[in-house]
Design a protein around this ligand. Structure first.
Ligand code: FES
Ligand code: FES
Length: 154
């Protein structure tokens, strides 16, 4: 059994240590908000926070995460998480929506590290999150809006 704290709740999961975290979240814990895209760490659709750091859930064996804290799109209750989600809604960022949970998680990780990100900071931090609908301009605007709402000046 592997012990994880997911969205603030402790879980013991009966999974092989090499099972990717993404399958644990989606198939064992029923948390379908985190999406499967490439399965190879290349698209960012599966991004979650592990102890506050943005990581690709498709590429992390769950056995490496014993005792660690995972946050998915369904558990973003922090002020930064709420501000980012509100900005996304206000600016109507999503198109098809598939990539957006990963985009939002990466944006939260960025704003925790850099409360006033520049355009270049945003582009660098979001580089690994692909959007086939091309919502990049709205993503950038929403991150600036969330930063302003949180007291940053970007
Ligand atoms: S599904 Fe994980 S990076 Fe694409
Ligand atoms: S909104 Fe469709 S892939 Fe990003």
């Amino acid at each position: 059994m592997i012990s994880l704290i997911v969205n603030g709740e402790r879980h013991k999961v009966d999974a092989a240590p090499h099972m990717p975290l993404l399958w644990v979240l989606r198939d064992l814990l029923g948390l379908g908000g985190t999406k499967y895209g490439c399965g190879q760490g290349l698209c960012g659709a599966c991004t979650v926070l592990v102890d506050g750091e943005a990581m690709r859930a498709c590429s992390i064996p769950v056995g490496d995460l014993n005792g660690r804290r995972v946050t998915t799109i369904q558990g973003l209750e922090s002020p930064v998480g709420k501000a980012v989600q509100a900005a996304w809604v206000e600016l109507d960022v999503a198109q098809c929506g598939y990539c957006q949970p990963g985009q939002i998680i990466s944006a939260v990780a960025l704003l925790r590290q850099k409360p006033k990100p520049s355009d270049a900071d945003i582009d660098a931090a979001m580089d690994g999150n692909l959007c086939r609908c091309g919502t990049y301009q709205r993503i950038r605007a929403a991150i600036h809006l969330a930063a302003r709402r949180l007291g940053g000046a970007s």
